[in-house]
Design a protein around this ligand. Structure first.
Ligand code: FES
Length: 326
């Protein structure tokens, strides 16, 4: 699927703190009313980091709302600058945003859908829960957080789902056991997951060991979530014979393109694989943060998605072409 990016100016019309670390923003596009969008949609938002224009991707919360697009941003200590910028905004601030797009496809013919959210991964799950409940599809939401005070949208979700909302707070010794959850699902159930990479890996393993078809596990994660700390690393370009430092707060994709080496991209969220580069050598470790490659491909590390994945140490990559030779 090709992502079309149509940018439009928007205004921050309202903000509210959902938890001490999560702030919701209502963004109203200036040209027209917010258009309807499918479950699992996200928008790109233009942000400014150290005076540099960058883009960040945020899931839309709730089903379509004519008042505007609702996103929620966690203030992340390991932030590359996007959440810091968003939290610096005041009502009335103007931004550039794209129209919503979605890669998530739910099968509306299922009788039971299991939703699993980890932390800020609740954002696309809220709209899915609303859409499923509205269609009278049996839905259960398993929501894992560090502590109950970190859980956003609890009131809305409790009103919507009642006992079918189960919150797991790891500081309350109430941990989500994905193997047990998946084992108890009806045979025709499918699951929609959104959470950090480590949790996604656990979900994929649990789903597989429950003997369920992988196509029935749909998922999203976020590019800021990896298995290794977000730190600077080095990329050696084999053909060009140069080495480039990727700072902790920039993506490999942006740095290589800014240095004049063309790397194609599309989703910029680790979903489409368009930005994948051949990996020749790894002196350190690759932190795959995409959802495009399979577990085996990630283990083999023959390719890396430059838009979200990172590394520790130095990696050597290939198939780059200089922009001035094209
Ligand atoms: S641009 Fe889609 S995975 Fe990187």
């Amino acid at each position: 699927m090709r992502f079309t990016e149509t940018w439009t100016p928007a205004t921050v019309v309202a903000m509210r703190d959902l938890t001490p670390g999560i702030r919701e923003f209502l963004l109203r596009p200036e040209a027209a009313a917010a258009s309807p969008y499918p479950v699992g949609s996200h928008i790109q938002v233009g942000v400014t980091i150290d005076g540099r224009p960058e883009t960040r991707s945020y899931s839309l919360v709730s089903e379509a709302d004519p008042q505007g697009y609702r996103i929620a941003v966690r203030r992340a200590a390991e932030s590359r600058g996007g959440s810091r910028y968003m939290w610096s905004l005041e009502p009335g601030a103007r931004l550039a945003i794209t129209l919503p797009t979605s890669l998530v496809q739910l099968d509306w013919t299922r009788r039971h859908v299991c939703l699993v959210a980890g932390g800020i991964g609740i954002t696309p799950i809220v709209g899915a829960a609303q859409a499923l409940a509205r269609r009278n599809i049996e839905v259960t939401l398993h929501y894992a957080v560090r502590s109950r005070g970190d859980a956003a949208y609890l009131d809305e979700l409790e009103a919507l789902l009642g006992r079918r909302l189960i919150v797991y707070a790891s500081d309350g010794n109430n941990r989500l056991d994905l193997c047990a959850v998946f084992a108890a699902l009806p045979q025709d159930a499918m699951t929609l997951f959104c959470g950090p990479m480590r949790m996604l890996d656990a979900a994929r393993r649990a789903w597989e060991s429950a003997g369920r078809p992988m196509t029935d596990l749909r998922y999203e994660t976020f590019g800021s979530s990896g298995l290794l700390p977000t730190e600077a690393f080095r990329v050696r370009l084999r053909q060009e014979g140069v080495e480039i430092v990727i700072p902790h707060d920039r993506s490999m994709l942006d740095v290589l393109n800014d240095a004049g080496h063309e790397v194609m991209s599309d989703c910029r969220r680790g979903e489409c694989g368009v930005c994948a580069l051949d990996v020749i050598d790894v002196d350190g470790a690759i932190d795959h943060r995409d959802v495009f490659f399979s577990a085996r491909e990630r283990q083999e590390s023959r390719k890396i998605c430059a838009c979200v994945s990172r590394a520790r140490g130095t990696i050597t990559v290939d198939t780059l072409r200089r922009a001035d030779t094209i």
